[in-house]
Design a protein around this ligand. Structure first.
Ligand SMILES: Cc1cc2nc3c(=O)[nH]c(=O)nc-3n(C[C@H](O)[C@H](O)[C@H](O)COP(=O)(O)O)c2cc1C
Length: 353
């Protein structure tokens, strides 16, 4: 046990920094690089049985944008405020070959006190359940299932299921729960009015943890060409997403209690962001865009930064978990603020003194 040790239900991670699923976890070498950075776990780029989802990978494109939506160079040194806009597809390899490789990598991870976690994206539920069974038989130790991928609505019908209905989520998770005894992490969409309700549904179905929350879909007109940037709508993420994710994490903790483990994704760019998610109630944080655009050193830097933060407070990750969420107040509980008008008066209008 160290200061950074965290528990996610029945699982213990050496630290709460997880390399999330994406192109930076799509090959064996990439996963080894993420493990070498010291991450507590590495989630492999997702797969499913859909040919259309695999074909969509060939249509992949991304652009990094500054705060004025101008293109930034892809030079692995993105500024903290960079947004990543893009579309992607799923791993194109044969399932069994992919599975055996991940099982081997997870055996290597075990020697580093870490995990390699396979990730499925829902297409056909029965096929998904069969894959889950095979994943357990192959010796892998955790399964992540993403039912909230933002691309669901743009992809070919059924290729990537984006689920927003609580009843359906409960039924999907229940079917997966029947198929495997592995710790089951369900990754949810953020494009819902009620992410808390989706998390509760996943728990009722038997999820060990929920990963919240998927990115949003966006549309960016390009001023030079007058055309849609990248030609389509696409998923958008950035540091600005952190407060949106953190609020759902906080609200889910409040609704579901402090004994149900929540994992954050969407918005973390540094170790201090992992600390922010920790204080909001996430016992671990998945980092994807920051690693994809900044390199695997982002993970080791994040671990070091988090360690410094926790040590300075002479505390531990488990002691700090949810500490800000547990103190959140209502507007009505706030004291009346004398002098607020003088401080914030709309002098911007010029005509006011
Ligand atoms: C290029 C790219 C590829 C991604 N591929 C997957 C994937 O295969 N499976 C998945 O569950 N999430 C995938 N994601 C979503 C990320 O894992 C993550 O949840 C999301 O980007 C928000 O976190 P971030 O702010 O750390 O990037 C991908 C994200 C990006 C940017």
């Amino acid at each position: 046990m160290t200061r950074l040790t965290t528990t996610i239900g029945r699982l213990t991670l050496k630290n709460p920094v997880i390399c999330g699923a994406g192109e930076q976890t799509m090959t064996a070498d990439a996963i080894r690089a993420a493990l070498a950075s010291g991450a507590g776990a590495v989630v492999a780029k997702s797969t499913n049985e859909s040919t259309a989802a695999k074909e969509q990978l060939d249509k992949t494109d991304y652009v990094l944008l500054d705060a004025q939506w101008n293109r930034l160079p892809w030079n692995f040194q993105p500024p903290a405020e960079a947004s990543l806009f893009g579309r992607s597809g799923l791993v194109q390899r044969d399932f069994e070959e992919w599975l055996q490789e991940l099982a081997l990598l997870d055996r290597e991870a075990r020697l580093q006190d870490a995990y390699v976690i396979p990730s499925l994206i829902l297409s056909d539920l029965e096929q998904c359940a069969a894959f889950a069974q095979r994943i357990e038989q192959a010796g892998l130790r955790v399964l992540e299932l993403n039912i909230g991928a933002p691309h669901g609505e743009e992809a070919a019908k059924g290729a990537i299921v984006l689920e927003r209905g609580a009843a359906r989520i409960e039924a999907i998770v229940r079917r997966l729960r029947e198929a495997t005894t592995l710790p089951l992490w369900i990754k949810l969409t953020g494009q819902s009015e009620d992410v808390v309700g989706l998390a509760q549904a996943a728990r009722r179905g038997g999820a060990d943890s929920v990963v919240m929350m998927g990115r949003f879909m966006g549309f960016i007109p390009d001023l030079d060409s007058g055309l849609p940037l990248l030609g389509t709508s696409a998923a958008i993420g950035g540091a600005w997403a952190l407060p949106l994710t953190a609020r759902w994490v906080m609200q889910t903790r409040k609704a579901m209690g402090d004994d149900y483990p929540l994992i954050a994704t969407n918005g973390a760019r540094s170790g201090l962001d992992v600390a922010r998610f920790l204080l909001a109630g996430a016992c671990a944080t998945e980092m994807t865009s920051a690693v994809f655009t900044g390199g695997y050193g982002v993970l080791s830097d994040a671990i070091e930064e988090l360690e410094t933060y926790v040590a300075k407070r002479e505390s531990t990750v488990s002691e700090l978990l949810g500490s800000a969420a547990d103190k959140v107040q209502t507007y009505q509980q706030q004291p009346s603020r004398e002098g607020w008008w003088e401080q914030f008066a709309p002098k911007c209008q010029g005509s006011l003194a």
